[in-house]
Structures are given as structure tokens and as C-alpha cells.
Design a protein around this ligand. Structure first.
Ligand code: GCU
Length: 624
């Protein structure tokens, strides 16, 4: 990141923060409860932590959430956060009690754990005790992998953080409030949809609520490494001889000139850098031997970082990704992305994906399908996905949930978006598998949205100039046999994602054969296409909802794709049928979007075999 782009990025962010502060003064408080993050610990899964996963007591605080929100919308710090106990006999006091309350598994959505909460979208309070041994010269954080949608965290009755966003991690500092022995944490999670939320109120997936990813207690030295970026230096042109590794290590609380060592023994790279006034230690070092990460050889290196009393080792791959005209180059070689979309929903058990087993099942499907790429729709998934993609050699598209209609005219929503973008990029910046950051999906083409998202795309580019920026553009209105994407927002993108549902939402499957696309002269990925089919439902190729019809739609798509010279990847919608409350045709949908290649019970539809074969034989599209 060049100093000027860092400077402009910081300036742009300050500009919007001031806007937020001004707007806050006028708005109901909840929207403003989240402060810009103090820190977000990178590489948590490579640190020694105390897991707080397991059974947490819970209490439901039904709308209007009177235990959480005061009448003026402020957060109520003196209700359930106190974790006190009712006097069953004697003087009346509280009317709640976590200690005798039932439990929910963390990580896990509440919807698939408690039948009565299946459709619940409100406030649930979680509580558990934990032991701690605070040591002098250390700091302790509660790290939450994700909780949907707004979260407020108390430790020993002190509110330590607030967070908005259901799919990105956050850290809450507990240093000053924990003590030796038994402590307790209370987390209120509100899954209520917000018009000014990200996503907003309407979206085509199930709004699983709760603490959906791992929670851990992390103790680090008081001066510690909270962020780092170690990547293959990214010059203006690809240089096959390039073995220069570059980046930065940020040491929170470090005095100017604090030494940091970056040591990668297997690559013969070792350097000591010094922190500046901002705690950042930029570095670059030549590796004596380097094999680049690619799907064919997903090489990861042990990267040892150390500064003062703090040290951390991460597994990082090095590769170069860029565009050259309408081609996508990985390590200088043109590639074609054989992908598929997916939601973070466990294929068989249902509910949010959040375990090694869940992820292993999914990668089994991806490998079986001969995919080399996956679009994690429409929000950042569990970090296990990127870790596994790094190891398995599957390239990744990661996205923040600007899904269709967002309050693009609201500065405070832009600030939330930048925070969410920063959280996504910060967590996965060192994942070689992630090649694309997406800032949106199918948003309405108007100037306010275009400005908002173009700024956000440029923000992503300034936060991470080593990756490609993309978005999924909504399918254009049919114009006879023409489909024209002249969306000005594409000017801000390195790679254009084009969604279309020719043969399902519009036109007949066979019409695709004659369709001509007018698309930007950039690499294009067909980021969504497909049709619904109920597994086991068979019939004629033009009989909708049958497996044969789904295959027929795809087969005609392949004809259409063969006439798009800048097509560099296909991403069918979607890997598995997934829950969506808007899909209510009994006996066919029953609350599921049925565009999966695999059913919600893991049954492979005929269309799965179609892609398995096409991807094995590389018959769809060309890399250049
Ligand atoms: C849209 C959208 C998806 C949705 C899909 C569908 O394109 O991006 O989130 O599920 O279409 O309608 O099935």
C-alpha cells in the first residue's frame, strides 16, 4: 500500500467518520452503537487461545427487546448484562436467571437448535462462565468469529464492545475487567433485519441468528502483533523471476523503532524491520527459493513473525494474480475459473457452516465436481473455508453482503460498509486462495449506487492492491437476442461478474443459443446462472422443476458462453439447495431455493454430473 493511497484511504475514511458522527447526533442511537474497531486480531486460529465454544445459557428477549433496548433505543447496561439471580423467596428483584436457563451450542445458529426459534429474528441473550488467569504485561480479548446481526458484549457486567454485521469477526478487549478465577461473559445478539443494514431487509437466504462461529479468549503480551500482510511483491508487470516478499507487520502499542522479525526458513527469507509511529513495520525481503501457490501446487510456507514477547506462525502461500486485457493471469499464466456459488449452510445438517466436518463435506463436493474456484455468496464465510481452500488449491471469491437494495444514499451506511470491508480483507488478506474481493451483488443501476460502490471498490483496491476487485452485476433486461451490460459501475472493477437467468427467470432455455452479449472489455465471469429442480423430480427437458430441464438450461448456457470472447469463468447458481423464506411452493420448494446441483440432503442431481464432466474436460470457455 503506497503512502499516498494509504493517506487518501485514511482521509476518505475520516471524511465519512465525521459524516457518521454528524448524522449520529441526529439519529436514534442503536445505529451508532458500533465504534470504529480498535483492533481485530489477525491469525487468531494460529494462536494459543482458550476456546469458549460449547453450551451457553440463553434467554429470549422478544420484540421490542426490552431487556436490551431502553425506550430511547439506547443499550441497557443494567438488565441481563448484570447476570444476577432472582430472589425466588423474599424481596422481588430480577425476573430472569441464566444459571437455570436452557443452553444453546456455540458456535451455532439458534434456528436449527430450538424448534420454537426456527423462524425467530429478534434478540437472544447468551451467558457463560469462564476461568481466567490474567497476567501482568498482557492483554486479553474475547474474539468472536461472527454473530448475526448486531452484538453487544459484557464481561463481568462491563460492556466491552458492540458490533454490527453478521459475517465478519470482532474482538472485545476484556483486559481491565477480568480477574483471577471465575468470570462471566454475556452477549446479546439481535438478528432483527435493518433497512440500513448490510444486507438490508430483503435477501434470498435464511436469516440464521446467533453466535454462528467460534468464540475464544485470547491473551497476548501488552505489545503484540495484531495485523500483518506477507505477500509476493506485486509490481506493475508480472516478473517470473520475482521472489521478493513484501508487506507489513503491525505491532499494537509498539514504540517507534521496535524490531520485528519475519522469518520463512523454507523459502530462505529472513528480515528484521522496525515499527514507525503508527506501529507499522513495512518490509521486503528476497526469498532464495520460492514455489508459487496454484491449484495444481497449493504450496504454503511457515511464516514466523516475532516482536518483543509476541510471536506467531502462520501458513501462507505466495502467488501473483492480475488481469491483462480480458485475461486473468495467475503467476503469469492465463486461467479459466471453473467455479460454483455456495451459501455458508451445512449441506446435510442444515444451519450455518461452522466446523471442520462441514467444510470437509463441501470441499469433497468441490473436488468431485472438478472445480478450481468457489464464490462464497454473498458474505464472508467461516475462516475454515479459506484455510481449506489454501490447502486444497481452490481459488476464492469473497464478498460483503451489499445484496440488491442497500441504503446507498446514507453516509452512515457507507461507513458501516467500509468497516465490514476492512474486517473481511483484514481476516483473509494472507490467504493465497482468495483472488477476488467483491463489494456487491445485483444492485440497482443508478448514480447514487454507482458512486457508493465505486468508492467502495476503490477503498478495497487501496486496502489491498494485490488482489482483483469485482462485483456481480444484475442480468440486463432482455432486448431481443441482445443482452447489454453498459453499467458504469463496471469501470471501477478489475473483473466483471455477470448474473443472468436466461431459460429460467426469462426466455426459454433454447433461446440462449441465439443470444449475443455486449460486455465490458474486461475479464468476465458468469457469476450466476441456473434453474430450479427438485431432486428426484424427472420429466421432459422443457418440464420446469425437473432435473432434465435443469440440465437442458445449462446445456444451452454453454452454447451462449462459447460466443463470449472475454468469458474467463463460470459460476453456476448454486452448489446445494439452500433455505430461503421466500421460496414457498409446496412439494417443490418447501422453503428451499432449488437451484442447487446437489439437494439439501447431499443428493447429486443430473446437473452435478454435467459440470463434473465439463470441468474435467475443460469444455466450457477458454483462458485466453
Ligand atoms: C439472484 C441472487 C441470489 C438468488 C438467486 C435466485 O441472482 O443473487 O442471491 O438466490 O438470484 O434467484 O435464485
Amino acid at each position: 500500500m503506497t503512502s499516498s493511497s494509504k493517506h487518501t484511504a485514511a482521509l476518505r475514511f475520516v471524511h465519512y467518520s465525521i459524516a457518521l458522527a454528524l448524522v449520529c447526533l441526529g439519529l436514534a442511537r442503536p445505529a451508532c452503537s458500533q465504534k470504529p474497531f480498535q483492533t481485530l486480531l489477525v491469525g487468531i486460529d494460529h494462536r494459543t487461545v482458550t476456546s469458549l465454544n460449547g453450551d451457553w445459557h440463553y434467554l429470549v428477549d422478544q420484540s421490542p427487546g426490552r431487556a436490551l433496548y431502553k425506550t430511547n433505543g439506547d443499550i441497557n447496561d443494567s438488565s441481563y448484562a448484570m447476570n444476577s439471580h432472582p430472589n425466588i423467596v423474599g424481596q422481588h428483584n430480577e425476573e430472569y436467571d441464566f444459571s437455570t436457563a436452557p443452553t444453546l451450542k456455540v458456535p451455532g445458529d439458534w434456528n436449527t437448535q430450538v424448534p420454537q426459534l426456527f423462524n425467530y429474528e429478534g434478540v437472544v441473550w447468551y451467558q457463560r462462565d469462564f476461568n481466567a488467569e490474567p497476567r501482568r504485561g498482557t492483554r486479553t480479548f474475547i474474539h468472536v468469529g461472527a454473530a448475526n446481526y448486531r452484538s453487544h458484549v459484557w464481561v463481568n457486567q462491563k460492556r466491552v464492545c458492540d458490533h454490527e454485521g453478521g459475517y465478519t469477526p470482532f474482538d472485545c478487549e476484556a483486559t481491565g475487567v477480568i480477574h483471577k478465577g471465575s468470570n462471566f461473559v454475556v452477549i446479546a445478539v439481535d438478528a432483527t433485519r435493518l433497512v440500513d443494514g448490510i444486507p438490508s431487509v430483503g435477501f434470498d437466504w435464511f436469516n440464521y441468528g446467533g453466535i454462528t462461529r467460534d468464540v475464544s479468549l485470547v491473551t497476548v503480551p501488552s505489545v503484540f502483533i495484531d495485523d500483518y500482510d506477507v505477500h509476493l511483491a506485486h509490481g506493475a508487470k508480472y516478473d517470473p523471476a520475482n521472489a521478493e516478499l513484501a508487506g507489513y507487520v503491525h505491532v499494537l502499542g509498539a514504540a517507534v523503532g521496535t524490531p520485528v522479525t519475519i522469518d520463512i526458513p523454507e523459502a530462505g527469507a529472513r528480515v528484521t524491520a522496525k515499527t514507525g509511529a503508527d506501529g507499522n513495520a513495512p518490509f521486503s525481503v528476497k526469498a532464495s527459493s520460492l514455489s508459487l501457490w496454484s491449484p495444481e501446487s497449493p504450496k504454503l510456507y511457515k511464516v514466523n513473525l516475532a516482536s518483543g514477547d509476541d510471536k506467531l506462525t502462520d501458513d501462507i502461500g505466495f502467488r501473483d494474480i492480475r488481469v491483462d486485457g480480458t485475461r486473468i493471469l495467475l503467476n503469469g499464466k492465463a486461467i479459466f475459473l471453473q467455479g460454483v456459488n455456495m451459501h455458508a449452510e451445512n449441506p446435510i445438517r442444515g444451519g450455518r457452516t461452522n466446523s471442520d466436518e462441514d467444510v470437509a463435506t463441501i470441499f469433497g463436493y468441490l473436488k468431485d465436481m472438478n472445480a478450481n474456484f468457489v464464490r462464497l455468496a454473498h458474505y464472508p464465510h467461516d475462516e475454515r473455508m479459506e484455510r481449506t481452500a489454501d490447502r486444497e488449491g481452490i481459488m476464492v471469491w469473497s464478498e460483503i453482503p451489499n445484496w440488491q437494495h442497500i441504503s446507498f444514499d446514507k453516509p452512515e451506511v457507507y461507513v458501516k460498509d467500509v468497516l465490514m470491508l476492512r474486517e473481511m480483507i483484514r481476516r483473509d488478506r494472507n490467504k493465497a486462495s482468495v483472488i477476488l474481493w467483491s463489494v456487491s451483488n445485483e444492485t440497482p443501476n443508478n448514480p447514487t449506487r454507482t458512486k457508493f460502490l465505486s468508492d467502495l471498490a476503490n477503498e478495497a483496491r487501496s486496502l489491498d492492491p494485490t488482489r482483483l476487485i469485482t462485483s456481480a452485476i444484475i442480468g440486463p433486461k432482455p432486448d431481443g437476442e441482445l443482452r447489454v451490460n453498459d453499467d458504469a459501475f463496471c469501470d471501477a472493477l478489475d473483473v466483471v461478474g455477470q448474473n443472468e437467468y436466461v431459460g429460467w427467470y426469462e426466455s426459454k432455455p433454447e433461446d440462449a443459443d441465439k443470444i449475443i452479449w455486449r460486455l465490458p472489455q474486461k475479464p468476465v465471469l458468469m457469476s450466476e446462472f441456473g434453474a430450479e429442480a427438485k431432486y428426484g423430480n424427472h420429466g421432459a427437458v422443457n418440464q420446469r422443476w425437473t432435473e432434465e430441464q435443469q440440465v437442458n438450461v445449462f446445456a444451452h448456457q454453454f452454447v451462449m458462453f462459447s460466443k463470449i470472447p472475454q468469458l474467463r469463468g463460470t459460476i453456476p447458481w448454486t452448489l446445494t439447495d439452500f433455505r430461503s423464506p421466500t421460496r414457498n411452493i409446496p412439494k417443490l420448494q418447501d422453503g428451499y431455493n432449488r437451484k442447487g446441483l446437489i439437494s439439501e440432503r447431499g443428493e447429486k442431481k443430473q446437473a452435478f454430473q454435467l459440470f463434473q464432466k465439463a470441468y474435467k474436460e475443460h469444455t466450457i470457455g477458454k483462458a485466453d
